[in-house]
Every structure is written in structure tokens, then in C-alpha cells.
Design a protein around this ligand. Structure first.
Ligand SMILES: [Cu+2]
Length: 660
């Protein structure tokens, strides 16, 4: 394993960062870390780097001062000798709020339960066992914050109560009151109370079998085991994964979680570039219910909390099945103390049914290949929800990005006799789950055979009926370049089955057309929100399916570096204001997809996974099907066995020992 400029910070490098900041006097007692991460080297520097070249290691820390709420960014240079570590810069960043931290989430729970006003308010509701109570703090945009506290690090908290010590923490909301908290002092500023309080609803919100009344488990499931007696077909060399013709590099940080770098495909001995960097850059979850309970509820699970911070350890046989290789992740707490998340990233290969097949019904010969895919996955638990992220690489050059959402929906009791609001679904007795949307933004710096690329928007349409097209059968496509950042925001069009191709206009395939990868835009949905509304102004990225920008190293966060408590967008819309050309240059794609969650009864009390995905597919990148070289299953011959003439109609070519 050789070190690389993109390697995530190690435990030692985290420790050296905090030590350097303490030694410089910048880490005074009132300051806390929102994050420490690799100050990622510039793309140009990484591409110019060769093994054996010196590696510059720098960390980027974001801190805030709990005494005066000021935010700071610090760069620490980590030399080859810790004695030479130095704080390169320590700068105040005005008017921003760094992300909230897991430590504060826990501290808030403890502090609120110790506040006599909270204790009294709970007692009024008959709740006296505080061990059953969970305080779940959220943050919000400035427009929704009480004006008098907009200069504070402000949280608002739901209150939940378990039915039993091991019961579902999110089954029983204590409705009609929100705790407004100064997160620096952990002081309760106010209990915001609704005009009408709904009494607790008689729900059955448990999912652990021993808590579900009368629950009997299925008994007809026989073992299903996946074994690879010779081990998996991939290798992990440090942070590099090689599998069949694919190679890519993995990194991990507090915010994006997994980052996939330098994706290449070996095309008959030539390593061809496909992507420089792929990750999730933001997630915006607006609740679309205007009630007291939900109007302030919009979560930025990446920008406000961090997908990496929320990443949990995976368990073999449960979360992942088969021959698994795990990578650990290292994260830091708000004091800068590192700790390891064991088994954070799961690497494995999966059988995926058939890759390609044809049965020659005249001669009875059949060729069939089984498909495999290489999977990189993590699970993140963000309070009540879990997001399961899967990046999958296929033998035919496809890349699939899948997200599964599971966990517990937010629910709210209704007053006796009240109708279900039109903004939610009744899921249990007197209980509704509000509609909401999960917008995910995938940042994909694709480099199709190098950095000089152009994105083409491709629409299909019926050609006019004329002498050449007398029956109106002709479907044609048009390809229009997304020429500059003024045209950067693109929408899906169902009528034209729109897709986008990232082409390299400087390189053609064997038949003379430019090499390309196509973004297949599935799981996209419209924002359904007035662009003048506060939640839209913070995240205009959610207003369009695809954004294209010129690559700049510092442009990573589509709602701005600091979306916590934001008012407007400091990200995408700011970057495209200079209208840079997007033709034959280094482009970045921002694909907006996710779940338009019209809640279901079946999502209660725990959601079966809701699965969404999109694909990147080679489109003239290769000169033919790149998976012709996948061998047949061992023991099943190549070309199928003898023609068996008995009883064959079309499409039923033979049977017997071969794969046919
Ligand atoms: Cu949802």
C-alpha cells in the first residue's frame, strides 16, 4: 500500500491537526470542531502526481466558538515530521453557521431533560419517566427562525417518548410543542406551543418482534448462502479497488461519506478515464406540510449533519451477504478526537442474473453469460431515517448509483375527530405521516477519455409526416450542447425521453462518432415549490434535474459551503453567474434525484426500503459490447452443446448440461 495525495486523513493526522491548533493557541476551550477533513489537493496537482513524488498533506478544520458563535477555517500543514506541523491559516468566516455535530445532538437531549421547564411540560402530559423521552434536535433556515435569535446557533427539537425502554424511539411524538435551544449554551430559549394539542394516539409503532402484539415469524425460509471458495475477484490495494477491467480509488470524509475517485476502465490494455470524482454533495429534505409540527422541518442531511458522520458499522450476514471486504472510516468528534467506524464501507461482488444471451433457434446453440457487479456501499443513520448508498460497477461499463431509504417516518397525532390533512397519509389510529421529498445531489466530475468534454442534451421526437415518412413512424433524436453555464440548469422531459451525454469531441470510436457516457435520468422529480419561497431560495439546486458547471476545485457544495441556517444559495447559482463556457472543457455534472415521498401505510412502523437509482452508461465509448470477453460459467462450456431438435419452437433452444 503506497500513500496517495487523495488518501483520507488518518487517526494520527487528525491528532496532529488538533495538536498543532492547540500549540498555536487557536484551539481555546470555548472552540469546537464542526469538522476536520483532508484539504483535498487540486485536481491538476493530483493528476500531475506520480508515485514517489512528495505528497503534500494538509487538513482543513472548521471550528466555531461557543462563546461568541464565530466560525473559523483552519489549514494545518502536516509535514513529514510532526515537529514541523504548522497552522498555515486560521481565519474567521463571517456570517456562517458550521454544521451541527453529533455531540451537540446528544448534549441537547441531556440538557433539555435537565431543564425544569421541560420536565414540567412533560409532566403536564403525564410523562414522568425521562428515560423514555428522546429529544431530537434539528436546525433550520434563517427565514424560519424567530427573528430575535437569528444570530444564534439555534436548534429546534421534537420530543418523542418510547412505549417501553426498548421501544421504537420515533413511534410516539409529544406533539404541539417544540423546544427552541441555543446550541452554544444548551439553554432552552422557549417552548413553542401549538394552539391545539392532539392527545397521544393509540398507535402500534413497534417493529421489534417481541414488542409487536401477536407477532409470529415466517417459518418457511431456508438458508441461502453465498460462497466464493477462492475468494472474491477483486483486489483492494490501499484505497484502490481493482475488479475485472475497473479500477477506482476510495476516500471517505465526514460530509460526503464515500468518495470515488479516478474511475478507469481497462479497454484491451488501455486504461481509459471515466470519472475523476463522484460523491453525494447535498441532500435536501423539505417536509411539505404547513402545520405547526412540520413547517420548519427541512433537513440538509449532508450540509447540516454530514453523511460521513452518520455512517454506521456494517454487519456481515445482515447488512452485507457473501464474501465481503470492509474498509474502516475515521471521523472526529467536536473536540477533534478521532475514532474509527469499523466496517464502514462494504466492498463485494454480486451475481446479477444474465448479462447477455442469445439462443439460436435454428441450430440450437446458445450463448449466455452471467452478470456480476462490483458494489461499494455504506449505511447512514440520520436520526429516524436510514440511507443505504450503493455505487455499482458492471462488466459492460455501466455504473449504477442506488439509494435505499428506510427507517422510521415522522408521524403526528390528530385531535379526536379531526380530518387527515391533505398533506399526509393516515398510517395508524389518529396518526398521519406528512408528505416530504428527499432531494439528493450527486456531484460527478466525469472525464470521458480526459478532461475535455461537452455535455449534449439528447431529445427523441417523432419526425414530421411527409414523403420520406409517410406513415409517421420515424423517431429521430436531436443533440444540443449545454454550451455555457447560463444554460446550466436542465430539466427532465418525459415527452422527449431526454437524457444527457457527456461526450469527448476530440476522440472518436471505431465508427467515427465521439466517445461518450450517457446519464440516464431516472428517479428525478420536480420541486413543486414556488421559487420565491424560503426553502427554495436556500436550495435552488432542487429546482432542476441536472446542472452542469465548469470544474473548479473549490466548487463542491451545491447549496454553499455553509447551508446550516442559510437564507439563500451560495453554491450553484453563484458559480454559474459568470456564464463560463461548457464546450470542450472540464465539466462537472450535478444530478438531482431522490424520493418524492407520498407516505404509505406500509411504510409504518418501519419503512421497507424505498429504492431509487440512476445510471451512467457507455454510449459509443466502446467499439462494441465490452463484455464479449466475459467467459461462460465454469463447467458449462462456451458454445452450447449439440442441437436437440426435439420439440423446439422459437426461443426454446435446448436444455442439458450447458448453459442453455
Ligand atoms: Cu421519506
Amino acid at each position: 500500500m503506497s500513500p496517495h495525495p487523495l488518501d483520507s486523513l488518518s487517526t494520527e493526522e487528525f491528532r496532529r491537526t488538533t495538536a498543532a491548533l492547540r500549540a498555536s493557541g487557536d484551539l481555546i476551550d470555548s472552540r469546537r470542531f464542526a469538522s476536520i477533513t483532508l484539504d483535498e489537493p487540486a485536481k491538476a496537482a493530483v493528476l500531475a502526481w506520480r508515485e514517489g513524488d512528495p505528497i503534500v498533506r494538509r487538513s482543513l478544520s472548521v471550528l466555531w466558538d461557543r462563546a461568541d458563535n464565530k466560525a473559523y477555517e483552519a489549514i494545518v500543514a502536516l509535514g513529514s515530521d510532526p515537529a514541523n506541523d504548522e497552522v498555515v491559516s486560521f481565519e474567521h468566516v463571517p456570517d456562517v453557521t458550521p454544521n451541527f455535530t453529533v455531540d451537540e445532538w446528544h448534549d441537547c437531549d441531556v440538557a433539555m431533560k435537565a431543564d425544569p421547564r421541560v420536565v414540567a411540560a412533560l409532566a403536564e402530559r403525564g410523562l414522568t419517566d425521562l428515560d423514555l423521552v428522546c429529544i431530537d434536535v434539528w436546525t433550520y433556515g434563517k427565514a424560519m427562525m424567530p427573528e430575535k435569535w437569528r444570530d444564534r446557533r439555534l436548534g429546534w427539537a421534537d420530543i418523542w417518548v418510547r412505549s417501553t425502554p426498548t421501544g421504537n424511539p420515533y413511534a410516539n411524538p409529544v406533539s404541539g410543542m417544540k423546544l427552541i435551544v441555543d446550541m452554544n449554551t444548551m439553554e432552552l430559549l422557549e417552548i413553542d406551543r401549538a394552539d391545539v394539542i392532539a392527545p397521544p394516539a393509540p398507535v402500534m409503532g413497534e417493529y421489534e418482534p417481541d414488542l409487536v402484539p401477536g407477532q409470529r415469524m415466517r417459518t418457511d425460509i431456508k438458508p441461502l448462502e453465498i460462497t466464493q471458495p477462492d475468494g472474491p475477484s477483486f483486489e483492494v490495494d490501499g484505497n484502490v479497488v481493482r475488479w475485472q477491467n475497473w479500477e477506482f480509488r476510495l476516500a471517505f470524509n465526514y460530509r460526503e461519506g464515500p468518495v470515488i475517485h479516478q474511475v478507469k476502465y481497462d479497454d484491451h490494455g488501455t486504461q481509459r478515464d471515466i470519472a475523476y470524482r463522484m460523491s453525494f454533495a447535498e441532500m435536501i429534505v423539505p417536509y411539505r406540510d404547513p402545520s405547526f409540527e412540520h413547517s420548519r422541518r427541512t433537513a440538509y442531511d449532508i450540509g447540516e449533519w454530514g453523511l460521513g458522520y452518520m455512517t454506521t458499522s456494517l454487519t456481515l450476514g445482515c447488512d452485507c451477504l457473501g464474501e465481503i471486504r470492509y474498509l474502516d472510516a475515521v471521523l472526529t468528534d467536536s473536540l477533534g478526537e478521532p475514532s474509527t467506524v469499523p466496517n464502514a464501507i462494504c466492498l463485494h461482488e454480486e451475481d446479477n442474473a444474465v448479462l447477455w444471451k442469445h439462443a439460436d433457434s435454428l441450430n440450437g446453440r446458445t450463448e449466455v453469460r452471467r452478470a456480476r457487479r462490483m458494489v461499494v456501499s455504506i449505511h447512514a443513520t440520520v436520526a429516524n431515517y436510514e440511507y443505504l448508498v450503493y455505487w455499482r460497477f458492471y462488466q459492460d461499463g455501466n455504473i449504477e448509483c442506488e439509494v435505499r431509504a428506510t427507517g422510521i417516518m415522522v408521524t403526528t397525532p390528530l385531535p379526536e375527530g379531526a380530518p387527515t390533512p391533505p398533506t399526509g397519509t393516515l398510517v395508524d389510529q389518529r396518526t398521519y405521516a406528512p408528505f416530504h421529498q428527499h432531494f439528493l445531489v450527486a456531484r460527478m466530475d466525469l472525464d470521458i477519455d480526459g478532461q475535455q468534454n461537452t455535455v449534449m442534451e439528447v431529445d427523441s421526437m417523432a419526425a414530421p409526416i411527409d414523403r420520406q415518412n409517410p406513415y409517421g413512424l420515424a423517431v429521430v433524436t436531436t443533440a444540443t450542447p449545454v454550451a455555457s453555464e447560463a444554460e446550466s440548469a436542465r430539466d427532465y422531459n418525459w415527452d422527449t425521453q431526454r437524457a444527457w451525454k457527456v461526450t469527448n469531441p476530440n476522440k472518436v470510436n471505431a465508427v467515427g462518432t465521439p466517445v461518450a457516457y450517457k446519464l440516464v435520468p431516472t428517479a428525478a422529480f420536480p420541486p413543486m415549490m414556488d421559487p420565491g419561497m424560503p426553502q427554495y431560495l436556500r436550495a435552488p439546486v432542487m429546482g432542476h434535474t441536472l446542472w452542469v458547471t465548469r470544474q473548479h476545485d473549490e466548487e463542491k457544495w451545491p447549496c454553499g459551503t455553509y447551508p446550516t441556517q442559510s437564507t439563500d444559495d451560495q453554491g450553484l447559482t453563484a458559480w454559474i453567474a459568470d456564464d463560463e463556457s461548457l464546450v470542450n472543457t472540464d465539466v462537472v455534472l450535478w444530478y438531482v434525484f431522490g424520493i418524492h415521498h407520498i407516505t404509505r401505510i406500509e411504510d409504518w412502523p418501519v419503512m421497507p426500503v424505498d429504492t431509487v437509482s440512476f445510471w451512467l452508461k457507455p454510449f459509443g465509448f466502446f467499439d462494441r459490447n465490452p463484455a464479449l470477453d466475459v467467459p461462460p460459467q465454469p463447467g458449462h462450456g462456451g458454445t452450447a452443446g449439440p442441437a436437440d431438435s426435439a420439440g423446439h419452437g422459437h426461443g426454446t433452444a435446448g436444455h442439458g448440461p450447458s448453459c442453455h
